[in-house]
Design a protein around this ligand. Structure first.
Ligand code: CA
Length: 234
């Protein structure tokens, strides 16, 4: 089932969109406010988001930026819906990371066509075949990690951890963010668990090269070639 997320505070438009999208066979998640919408995007990971510009709490632009800053959500296509038609606003929307832009009042068949186009484009966006950082290569298709040509055996959790770090080299991920993205919303896992798996990841990875995983005290972890800056060595 393909999920389309609608973030729209105007009831009439929300109902119209929900009705037409469901008629097309999509599962629709409709939210009317910014904060809740963001949590729902994380929870249901939709194939495309229809995002209204003017919303209570957070504006569409702010939501768009926030989604684009989350490594696991940044590839979701976003279509901005707006009453404004000015060129400048369109540019603002697109620089905030929107993929497409539809001005209200919109024609339903045209909007449905845009939704379809953006969903079709999404798999190409999402499926990166590999990540490379220095001498580490992650083959995302085969689910294998190589270092200097050596196969590195990793458990599934270590693989997901490394994938998260390698998506954004240099970026510091807090234990909480890693927990949420690698373990999901499992409340029974404590943040010390992250340290345990990082230690395992290092052990496997560093058999074939220097330590590129950086520990930032009281904050979290990053993959970075400035590992000499490590706040603590484990
Ligand atoms: Ca609105």
């Amino acid at each position: 089932m393909t999920t389309v997320m609608v973030i729209e505070d105007e009831e009439a438009i929300g109902i119209l969109l929900k009705y037409n999208l469901e008629k097309e066979g999509y599962t629709v998640v409709w939210e009317t406010s910014g904060n809740r919408a963001l949590a729902m995007v994380e929870k249901c990971c939709p194939s495309v988001i229809l995002l209204d510009w003017m919303l209570p709490e957070l504006s569409g632009i702010e939501i768009c930026r926030m989604i684009r800053n989350k490594p696991d959500l940044k590839e979701i296509p976003i279509i901005m819906l707006t009453a404004r038609g000015e060129e400048e606003d369109k540019i603002k929307g697109l620089t905030a990371g929107a993929d497409d832009y539809v001005t209200k009042p919109f024609s339903v068949p045209e909007l449905m066509a845009r939704v379809k186009t953006n969903i079709r484009r999404a798999p190409e966006l999402v499926t990166e075949k590999e990540y490379v950082f220095e001498d580490i290569r992650m083959d995302l298709v085969e689910h294998k990690v190589f270092r200097n040509g050596n196969y590195v055996h990793l458990g599934p959790t270590e693989f997901r951890l490394l994938k998260m770090l390698m998506e954004s080299p240099g970026k510091v991920f807090s234990r909480e963010v890693l927990l949420k993205n690698v373990w999901g919303n499992n409340i029974y896992v404590e943040s010390r668990t992250v340290d345990v798996h990082i230690r395992r990841l290092r052990k496997s990875l560093n058999k074939f090269g220097p330590d590129y995983i950086r520990t930032i005290r009281a904050t979290g972890y990053a993959i970075d070639n400035n590992s000499v800056l490590n706040d603590e060595t484990e």
